[in-house]
Design a protein around this ligand. Structure first.
Ligand SMILES: Cc1cc2nc3c(=O)[nH]c(=O)nc-3n(C[C@H](O)[C@H](O)[C@H](O)COP(=O)(O)O)c2cc1C
Length: 367
């Protein structure tokens, strides 16, 4: 997407750009049953990784360039070689039908209209064909199964419906413990909102439990059985990133699962740069975790991310105003990114480089 000075996508749609995005979690709290809101928001165990993610982006400060022509600002990006209008994309999340009855389909419609990219959870309740019918550019997120053949029908269904890459989530050999005060979401939601693309629905078939023996060979296996590029999600170490790329991954996705898997993991903002440096330029590097406005995204781009993914924010926006909410969120994020780039003296994503960031500042108490 290219924006000319004077135009500001997002400002034409009501409340000041930014304020609405900042209030999304509170608005979602009003819109959702308590157990669902808690599930969306919570981290695992003590919630430290979830709580620290946003503050980690805020430790960086910007060294803007002056005397640069920023009349035109172009935020067009590439996702595994495919052009996308923005580097801000939507991460896979479960239970979107608990946010809105149309769930993943409403999410997909909004992402399609925004020219962004959607990653669809393998646990999605809506069918891949209904999601694809929106015209959205989408990738499948997959958990591999103990018996690898148990996942093949799902992979086939996704690839037939037009998924153009597979994201292997590698940080979930088991689902981490979360503490619930009150009924857990699983006691309250409709089981059909999950696993809509599995043959077995919710029933567990032997061998269909999550694999605990994933290895680098699974990357090549996944690429071979799907014929699609593979992205590995859940990378937090430079040596693991290198291992994934050496094993054939087209991209690595720096993530701690929104602080929902191992608690006390490092924040993604603190490891992104070393991971970018560890892998060849041919591999893309993505990041998520705690991104709550596009100034965080700008920092991520400067640290070397090719795409920046949002997890909870689109879920909240979906809960608050369905596909219109997600469209508004993505428009406001793009507008925020364009403004930040213009003020920092950047006219395209290639000009958003590491020298724009001061070393991490000491955390400060807000005044
Ligand atoms: C409610 C919820 C459900 C999620 N479900 C999945 C999932 O099915 N697969 C997956 O790989 N990640 C899942 N994630 C993790 C997100 O893809 C992403 O890594 C994380 O939410 C990013 O952090 P953020 O929410 O702070 O933006 C989920 C996150 C949330 C909040």
């Amino acid at each position: 997407m290219t924006s000319s000075a004077g135009q500001s996508p997002g400002q034409s749609i009501g409340q000041s750009t930014g304020q609405w995005v900042a209030s999304l979690e509170d608005l979602a709290r009003e819109a959702l049953p308590e157990a669902v809101h808690r599930y969306f928001r919570q981290g695992s165990r003590d919630g430290l990784a979830a709580a620290e993610a946003t503050a980690a982006w805020d430790t960086f400060r910007v060294l803007p360039r002056i005397l640069r022509d920023v009349t035109e600002v172009d935020i067009a990006a590439s996702a595994l070689g495919t052009p996308v209008q923005t580097p801000i994309a939507v991460a896979p999340t479960t239970l979107q039908q608990a946010a809105r009855p149309e769930g993943e389909v409403a999410m997909a419609r909004a992402v399609a209209d925004s020219g962004s990219l959607l990653v669809v959870s393998s646990n999605a309740g809506s069918s891949f064909t209904a999601i694809a019918a929106t015209g959205v550019r989408w990738w499948l997120q997959a958990y591999l199964t103990a018996d690898r053949s148990a996942i093949l029908p799902l992979l086939e269904r996704a690839s037939e419906a037009g998924a153009s890459a597979v994201v292997l989530t590698a940080d979930t050999p088991v689902v981490a413990t979360k503490y619930d005060v009150g009924p857990s979401v699983w006691e309250t939601v409709d089981p059909s909102w999950l696993r809509g693309n599995h043959h077995d629905g919710r029933a567990s078939v032997p061998g269909s439990e999550k694999a605990t023996d994933l290895g680098p060979d699974d990357i090549g296996w996944l690429a071979a059985v799907t014929g699609l590029p593979v992205v590995v999600k859940g990378v937090l170490r430079a040596d693991d990133a290198r291992m994934c790329v050496d094993a054939g991954a087209a991209a690595v996705w720096v993530s701690n699962h929104g602080g929902r898997q191992l608690d006390r993991t490092t924040s993604t903002a603190h490891v992104l740069e070393s991971i970018r440096a560890a892998v060849s330029a041919a591999a893309q590097v993505y990041v998520d975790g705690g991104v709550r406005h596009a100034r965080h995204g700008f920092t991520a781009l400067a640290l070397g991310a090719d795409l920046v993914f949002l997890g909870r924010l689109p879920l909240y926006a979906l809960a608050v105003d369905g596909d219109l909410g997600v469209r508004r969120l993505l428009a406001e994020m793009d507008a925020d990114l364009v403004e930040t780039m213009r003020l920092a003296g950047c006219h395209d994503l290639a000009s958003v480089t590491r020298d724009l960031l001061a070393e991490p500042a000491e955390p400060r108490e807000p005044h």
